[in-house]
Design a protein around this ligand. Structure first.
Ligand SMILES: [Zn+2]
Length: 241
């Protein structure tokens, strides 16, 4: 459990220390201007180069304005991040907390159904942390699940791994190595089972022949329906992924 809470004034100090200040010289600009871009960086534009002291003075003179906009920026950034992750396949939901600190971005488990992302994170870094977390969850749940289905339908495989493929839910190669997409966890369990059966049947049929589908049908009575739903299963995925 994290035992510190960051209030806005503390946060602003941290942010001001870590905020990038970019100096832009534009000969045709008439005045010195200040803005905060979409990355939360401060941009000072001037018609001619300024001294370090002058830049500091500009920051100091506009501190209230900068603080207000940095808070706004922080809030708008946080709004894009998921507050909860529901893994439909496991029928489980996790709550996510966020805390901006000057340290390296990290994800830490708080208890069984919540975790925290803290540090000086960007949106990309949050997505990376969430994907890594998802891979962990997939390994923990899909590995024993595949083993169970394989045992049930008596189709053994040699090895299994978790991937983040763009357009594939699973694959099986000639060495009977099965790869499962971590995003399967967002799908209803019946579809996960369908994908597992599909890949396990590939251990004896290496194509999508009539025999292949006959075999799939033997283990998944609703295979036609499941196959159809799987085509639009992207709808089950959250926006952040
Ligand atoms: Zn296939």
């Amino acid at each position: 459990m994290l035992n510190f809470h960051i209030t806005y004034p503390q946060l602003i100090n941290c942010m001001l220390e870590t905020t990038i200040i970019k100096k832009s010289i534009r000969k045709n600009s008439k005045n010195i201007s200040l803005r905060i871009n979409h990355k939360g960086e401060i941009i000072i534009t001037s018609p001619y180069p300024l001294s370090a002291k002058k830049y500091q003075q500009i920051i100091k003179n506009n501190q209230t304005w900068i603080e207000g906009h940095l808070i706004q920026h922080l809030n708008s950034q946080n709004n894009c991040f998921p507050e909860n992750i529901k893994l439909t396949a496991l029928d489980k939901t996790w709550h996510i907390e966020y805390q901006k600190t000057p340290s390296k971005p990290k994800l830490m488990s708080l208890n069984e159904n919540s975790f925290i992302i803290y540090g000086n994170y960007t949106k990309i870094e949050v997505v990376q942390l969430l994907k890594r977390w998802l891979t962990q969850q997939a390994k923990q749940s899909l590995y024993p699940w595949l083993q169970q289905v394989s045992h049930e339908i008596t189709l053994p495989y040699n090895s299994v791994s978790i991937g983040h493929h763009r357009a594939q839910w699973g694959s099986c190669n000639g060495e009977k190595h099965i790869s499962l997409n971590a995003k399967l966890l967002f799908l209803p369990s019946i579809l996960v089972r369908h994908v597992m059966i599909h890949e396990l049947v590939h251990t004896i049929h290496f194509n999508h022949s009539i025999n292949f589908w006959h075999c799939v049908a033997r283990y998944d009575a609703h295979w036609k329906e499941n196959k159809k739903i799987l085509k639009t299963a992207d709808n089950y995925l959250p926006d952040w992924i």
